[in-house]
Design a protein around this ligand. Structure first.
Ligand code: NAI
Length: 299
């Protein structure tokens, strides 16, 4: 059974970017008792997130994992906001927008003029430098990385990333908040890909190289890596879940940040698929085809 935490570290939070990650973070924050103000550049995305989360909570009620009252309370804690100006009273703002340095820098510069002096700012970036994202802030010490994994409610680890100027008190508060949401915080230094994507990109790019050299097909590589190495998802299943429009820029960013280190070199196979819009599960086709949510190996 899910319980709201008595006194969350942050009661009133803002979430900018309500796509796959933003809605997952909103879910666990609302379940922990926070009021979550939702903002997205596309107003329809906020509504889509609220609808999806209501459905998720209804399913949890049906499975007996949540009471109907708790589900209603969680839904009521989601507050749609038409723009970042509405986040003035938030004690924490988490950003889960597009993975582009300029977009994240300008968002935080704008937020700095809106939120109170003690508000904490957090980025869910997978691969960009937290230090660089904070470099346009007057008070970069209040910005930290807060890197969740997809799907957020199930993936219990969150990397709490300390940029060069981040205050230790800020990362400590975020770590405490992660625990209140039922997650396990792991402290990471601000290096390209932090811990998981530093290790994980090698796994993905090597699998793409194996496929590119025609050693085996995607499904075989997935199966053998799961069976023999104990991974929960194969590399191509993971790419389909994340979607190439999200993961290819991450691969490129880590490669360039490590000065074109060969082991991180992105793959033309992934680049071509991205160019063709065959990006993953969310569009019904990636390395696999998805029929009624079930992965099928293309002929
Ligand atoms: P998404 O594409 O599902 O959602 C992004 C949302 O942000 C969209 O609704 C879009 O309209 C909105 N948006 C874009 N620019 C905006 C702006 N300037 N202001 C307000 N809203 C804006 O992307 P997803 O997968 O949720 O990723 C978001 C962030 O989380 C990225 O930085 C990504 O690298 C990171 N991340 C993604 C993971 C994944 O597996 N999908 C895992 C961990 C981190």
């Amino acid at each position: 059974m899910l319980h709201a935490h008595a006194e969350p570290t942050f009661r009133n939070i803002g979430l900018v970017g309500t796509g796959a990650m933003g809605r997952g973070i909103a879910q666990i924050a609302a379940q922990a008792g926070c009021t979550v103000h939702l903002v997205d550049a596309q107003p329809a995305a906020v509504e889509a997130a609220r609808t999806a989360l209501r459905e998720t909570w209804d399913k949890l009620v049906a499975k007996g994992r949540m009471t109907a009252e708790a589900a209603t309370a969680c839904s009521e804690r989601l507050v749609p906001a038409s723009g970042v100006e509405a986040l003035a009273g938030c004690e924490l703002v988490i950003e889960a927008i597009v993975e582009r340095l300029d977009a994240k820098q300008s968002l935080f510069a704008q937020l700095e003029g809106i939120v109170g002096p003690d508000a904490v700012l957090a980025t869910n970036t997978s691969s960009l430098s937290v230090t660089a994202i904070g470099s346009r802030l007057q008070r970069p010490q209040r910005l930290a990385g807060f890197h969740f994994f997809n799907p957020v409610p199930l993936m219990k680890v969150v990397e709490v990333v300390r940029g060069l100027k981040t205050d230790a008190a800020v990362t400590e508060r975020l770590a405490a908040f992660a625990r209140e949401m039922g997650h396990t915080p792991v402290q990471a230094q601000d290096t390209p890909g932090f811990i998981v994507n530093h290790a994980g990109r090698g796994y993905i790019t090597e699998a793409l190289r194996i496929a590119g050299e025609c050693v085996a097909d995607f499904a075989t590589i997935d199966r053998i890596l799961k069976d023999q190495m104990g991974f929960r998802l194969g590399p191509f299943e993971l790419l389909d879940l994340t979607a190439l429009d999200v993961s290819q820029p991450v691969m490129e960013s880590i490669y360039h940040q490590y000065y074109e280190e060969p082991r991180f070199r992105p793959s033309v196979i992934a680049a071509q698929r991205l160019a063709g819009g065959v990006v993953g599960r969310k569009v019904g086709e990636g390395f696999y085809r998805y029929v009624d949510g079930q992965a099928q190996v293309p002929p």
